[in-house]
Design a protein around this ligand. Structure first.
Ligand SMILES: Nc1ncnc2c1ncn2[C@@H]1O[C@H](COP(=O)(O)OP(=O)(O)OP(=O)(O)O)[C@@H](O)[C@H]1O
Length: 256
């Protein structure tokens, strides 16, 4: 597999309003190259909007998104993907009627800027090889020829992550990788995510509501509340932060 160099991700004074709602309000955060960070916070805190601003799905009202110091805020979503920002979603976003392998080959082919080749009967050799590598990496090889529509929920989420990885991201954003899973499946998924981070040397940021997972897996945690950064620090610092306890951790239920 091609070597993946990590990149530092930074946002400065990022702001996004929807009508009267300041979904992200003057947020400045840095995610060091190769770090594994969680973004947490109550429902409606602005976490998904934050990811949408980084990936380019939304344009901010103001502020910067820097990839290794280069401001990409005026770049399109596709351009940011080419530059190395990958994203997987809360709800998996693959082509349901295509198999696991076909989904990955389509993603690679599109990434190579060769949409015209999607209709070819035989995919590009590079696409087939990359799809095979990524399936091995995430543990989907045994179901390469299964249609995405009939995969289990967990395997669909894995496929979504695999599609993001197929595009060789340097920064990977995972929006609730364990959403909708039972306790055992959650731990299996997050261990796999941690393994990928370790192996691929990615800068990985994940949104997660399960605090056991967050405190166990993340090396640094950023807490958003009402669109602002309430706190950032190590798991121990966040666990003992009174403002975070009052706004979030003190509540019994963190699942959306
Ligand atoms: N496309 C949109 N149009 C209008 N308002 C939006 C849009 N996206 C988000 N919002 C609003 O912005 C605020 C932040 O929402 P966001 O989904 O980013 O929060 P979140 O922290 O991801 O929440 P959750 O944990 O429930 O997924 C909310 O008040 C939400 O209603």
């Amino acid at each position: 597999m091609a070597e993946q160099l990590t990149m530092k991700l930074e946002v400065r004074h990022l702001t996004k309003t929807f009508g009267g709602v300041r979904a992200i309000d003057d947020v400045s955060l840095a995610f060091p190259s190769g770090s594994l960070s969680a973004v947490i916070g109550p429902n409606g805190a602005g976490k998904s909007t934050f990811f949408n601003l980084i990936s380019g799905a939304f344009a901010p009202d103001s502020g910067e998104v820097l990839l290794d110091g280069e401001d990409v805020v005026r770049r399109s979503k596709a351009e940011r993907m080419q530059l190395g920002i990958g994203r997987a979603f809360q709800v998996a976003s693959c082509f349901p009627s295509m198999t696991v392998a076909e989904n990955l080959m389509a993603a690679v082919t599109a990434h190579l800027g060769q949409w015209g080749n999607l209709a070819r009967r035989f995919p590009l050799p590079g696409a087939r090889e990359r799809a095979r590598e990524v399936m091995e990496l995430v543990g989907l090889s045994h179901i390469a020829d299964v249609e995405a529509a009939i995969l289990s929920h967990g395997d669909q989420k894995l496929l979504d992550i695999a599609i993001a990885l197929a595009l060789e991201p340097k920064v990977l954003l995972l929006d609730e990788p364990t959403a909708g899973m039972g306790p055992d499946e959650r731990w299996g998924m997050i261990e796999r995510v941690r393994g990928l981070w370790d192996q691929q040397k990615l800068t990985l940021v994940f949104i997660e509501h399960d605090m056991d997972i967050v405190f166990q897996v993340a090396s640094t945690i950023r807490v958003l509340c009402y669109g602002r950064v309430l706190a950032e620090g190590t798991p121990d610092e966040i666990r003992n932060n009174q403002a975070v306890i009052d706004a979030y951790l003190g509540k019994e239920e963190h699942d959306p």
